[in-house]
Each structure stands twice: as structure tokens, then as C-alpha cells.
Write a protein of this length. Structure first.
Length: 433
């Protein structure tokens, strides 16, 4: 079977790879994403279309997306409610309208990508709404198949796999909460093969498959294997008490609501404690896939220097953003407060005379505004670039008016150069996918 397939969530970690795999298998891919313009630059061969479940809650809104479509693969999912993310919209309201629209449009096949542990018993909004999606799919008249993968691993890393690799690359030791949670990782390429097989004539229909990989590994084993895969010397794995981890989860929840999505959140921990392994459903045999164990996957996917950099910088970047933002915000507030007279004195020394006051005031305001702007998720990269450019302006003005500060023992001009490098680092590492 081939034809036109609509892949929803095609800009995500799983969706982007499934879209590519389906394209290789001679499907014409219509790729749905919340921000299709950016995604289209990465995969221009696909027919990109805007697909925001928050705006697709009626049958009529789905009609243009389903026009001429033979099959749908739904990869949309959000971990937790936050800025721009709603579990109810992504997992219930949007899919309900999608299913009804597929029935009306005569779409022949729906593959729904869920996850192991998507059960009411998990006690999270993520799991409850995911379970509701599955109930909606099962109640439909479509030729559906629900796939529930365990931890999905690939050469690329995003979300939970990015965090695990960062823990593996942590200096001196690898911290974990719990450590006995059991994964049965499934390679993303194996999941892609399963989806292609599920769209072929004669494939299983109206069934739900848990999709664990063939090899069970604990959280501690996963971290150790990833550390070896990265080529790093062995280090002890330290179990962090849950009481000590609780503040990090709270901070992660708050940051998620502010748009700084992170796998270090209460939902992720509760889902890991509930079930991240799944049960053997025989999916590989039923779909004709030779599933690989985790160790085999790592052996067949050698790490590169980019993988090492990403793992090591995973924790460094948030520290850099926080440090840089607080630096600018604090210097501006100091200039407005206890440092005002000192700032005026320096500007008078530089010969700015009656302009010293306005220059100090506007300069301090710029520092405060840029410091705050850095913490607004969509503005971070642009704020960092503006910080670097503003610093160049400060240095030019300072060099012309106070050139002797370059050889001052405290290095007031020299010390801003590392800060400029930090600005460039924050801007260059802004990409999330």
C-alpha cells in the first residue's frame, strides 16, 4: 500500500523520523506541524501544512488537512501542561475531531503513536489524557492500530534520552533518582519499520501493541552504557534521594509553564515510576520487524564528537542562560541603585559632561530589559545577540573615552570579552530540535 500519508507532529523527535521513513517507503508525505515554516527548511520535499491541535477541534478545521489523504500517523503528544502545551487539547479534543473527520473523509488507516504507561493508574494528566485518546481511537470505525513504544532511542536525542545522556556525561559521577526503573528501549528506526509495515495490506488492524525492545535495562545500566558509548571513562552512579530531587522537579514544572520545557518534571518521574517498560505484545513478529536490543543499537550506532558535546553541554546551557541573564539584570539594577554615583563619575571622567546622567539611565535600563528578555523563551537567542552587539558598542565608546581602562589592573574592559563569548554560546545553542 502506498499513497498520501498525513504525519501529525512531523517536526517532533519521533514524527520527523517517521515522516522520512515513510517517504523512503514511497509514501507521499503531508507533514503537519505547529510551526511548518521552520520545519520545511529541514525537509523541503514534504508537503508541509500547519497542524495545531489547539485550532483543530472541529470536523471542518480538519477537512483541508485530510483532503486526498489515504492514511494518518498521529505522533502528537505533550508531557505536561505549560506555555503553548495542553494535554487536553493535544490528547483529547484534537484527536476526537481528527477521528471524526477521518471517518467522514473516508481515510482508510490511522496509526496512533501512544506510549507505554499511558494508563489511568499512572495518576498523571499525561497518562489519563493519553488513555482517553486510545479509548477514542478504539471506539472509532477506522482501520486503526495503536503503537505504545517504550523509551525510544536514536542517534539524535531529545527530551528524556537527552537527559539520560547528560547524566551519563556528568563529571566525576552520574546522578540518578531511583535507578531501578526498567526500560526496554526501542530503536527509532525499528519503530519506523513497524509503522511502514502497519500501513501495508494485510497488516494487523484494530489492535493495540505495547512496543518494548527485546532487552531490559535498568536506569543505572542505561546511564553506564551511554557513558561508555560516549567514550568517557567509567564513573560511579550515585542515587540521589527523592527528597533532594523534589526541588528540581518543582523548578522544572515552573519552567515548563513558562515555556522552558524540560524532562526534569514531576510527570516524567511519576511515569518512570509507573511503567516505562511495557509488556511483550509480539509486535515485532506481527509486523515483521527484527527489533534490536539496546546494546546492539549502541554498537551499530557509533557516537560522534557532536554527541559528546551535546551530552556535556546539556546542563551547561541552562547555567549559562541563568548566569548571563542575572549578570545583565544585576548590573542594570546596581546602576540604578548603589552604583549610580559611581557610574556618573566614570562618565564624567570620560568627558560626557551633562550627558552623563541620561547615558547612565538609558544604559542601565537597557541592561535590565535585555537581562529579562533573555529569560523569555522565544526571545533568548535574539536577546543574547543584542547583548553581544550592545557590548561591542560599550567597548567602542569606552575605548574612545577611557582607553586607559584596557590596562587597568581590574580589567573593566577585558572582563567583558568572556561575557561576549557567553552571549554567542547561548545564541548558538538555542535550537531545541
Amino acid at each position: 500500500m502506498s499513497g498520501r500519508v498525513l504525519v501529525l507532529g512531523a517536526n517532533g523527535f519521533i514524527g520527523s523520523h517517521l515522516a522520512a521513513t515513510l517517504s523512503v517507503a514511497d509514501w507521499t508525505v503531508r507533514a503537519g506541524a505547529r510551526r511548518p515554516t521552520e520545519a520545511a527548511r529541514r525537509a523541503p520535499a514534504f508537503d508541509w501544512i500547519k497542524a495545531d491541535f489547539a485550532q483543530l477541534t472541529t470536523l471542518e478545521s480538519w477537512a483541508p488537512l485530510l483532503d486526498g489523504v489515504d492514511a494518518v500517523v498521529n505522533c502528537v503528544g505533550v508531557l505536561q501542561d505549560g506555555a503553548g502545551d495542553s494535554t487536553a487539547l493535544a490528547h483529547v479534543e484534537g484527536p476526537r475531531a481528527l477521528i471524526q473527520a477521518c471517518e467522514r473523509a473516508g481515510v482508510r488507516r490511522l496509526i496512533h503513536i501512544s506510549a507505554v504507561g499511558a494508563d489511568d493508574a499512572a495518576g498523571t494528566a499525561y497518562a489519563r489524557t493519553k488513555a482517553e485518546t486510545e479509548r477514542l481511537v478504539r471506539a472509532s470505525d477506522l482501520g486503526w492500530l495503536i503503537l505504545r513504544p517504550s523509551l525510544v532511542v536514536d542517534r539524535a536525542a531529545f527530551g528524556g534520552t537527552g537527559l539520560i545522556r547528560a547524566l551519563a556525561a556528568f563529571p566525576l559521577f552520574s546522578p540518578v533518582v531511583g535507578g531501578d526503573q526498567v526500560f526496554r528501549p526501542i530503536a527509532l528506526s525499528d519503530l519506523g519499520e513497524a509503522v511502514v509495515a502497519a500501513l501495508k495490506p494485510g497488516a494487523p488492524v484494530r489492535e493495540t501493541f505495547d512496543m518494548p525492545g527485546p532487552e531490559a535495562v535498568s536506569m543505572i545500566e542505561t546511564v553506564r552504557l551511554y557513558r561508555g558509548w560516549l567514550g568517557l571513562s567509567s564513573a560511579p552512579v550515585v542515587r540521589v534521594p527523592r527528597a533532594l530531587a523534589a526541588p528540581a522537579l518543582i523548578i522544572g514544572d515552573v519552567l515548563g509553564r513558562l515555556g522552558w520545557s524540560s524532562p526534569i518534571r514531576s510527570t516524567a518521574m511519576r511515569q518512570m515510576d509507573h511503567d516505562v517498560s511495557g509488556v511483550d505484545s509480539g509486535w515485532a513478529e506481527r509486523l515483521g520487524v527484527r527489533a534490536r536490543g539496546f546494546r546492539r543499537f549502541l554498537a551499530e550506532t557509533p557516537a560522534s564528537v557532536q554527541d559528546v558535546w551535546h551530552a556535556r553541554l546539556w546542563f551547561v546551557r541552562p547555567v549559562a542562560v541563568l548566569t548571563l541573564g542575572l549578570f545583565w539584570l544585576t548590573t542594570g539594577l546596581i546602576s540604578f541603585g548603589p552604583g549610580w554615583s559611581g557610574a556618573i563619575a566614570v562618565l564624567h571622567e570620560g568627558g560626557f559632561g551633562r550627558w552623563a546622567g541620561p547615558i547612565a539611565w538609558w544604559g542601565a535600563l537597557l541592561d535590565v530589559v535585555l537581562g529579562l528578555a533573555l529569560f523569555v523563551r522565544p526571545w533568548t537567542a535574539r536577546a543574547a545577540i543584542l547583548m553581544c552587539l550592545a557590548t561591542v558598542g560599550y567597548l567602542i565608546a569606552g575605548t574612545l573615552s577611557l582607553p586607559h581602562y584596557w590596562i587597568d589592573p581590574l580589567g573593566p574592559w577585558l572582563k567583558v570579552l568572556p561575557m561576549m563569548a557567553l552571549c554567542l554560546f547561548v545564541a548558538a545553542t538555542d535550537a531545541r530540535r
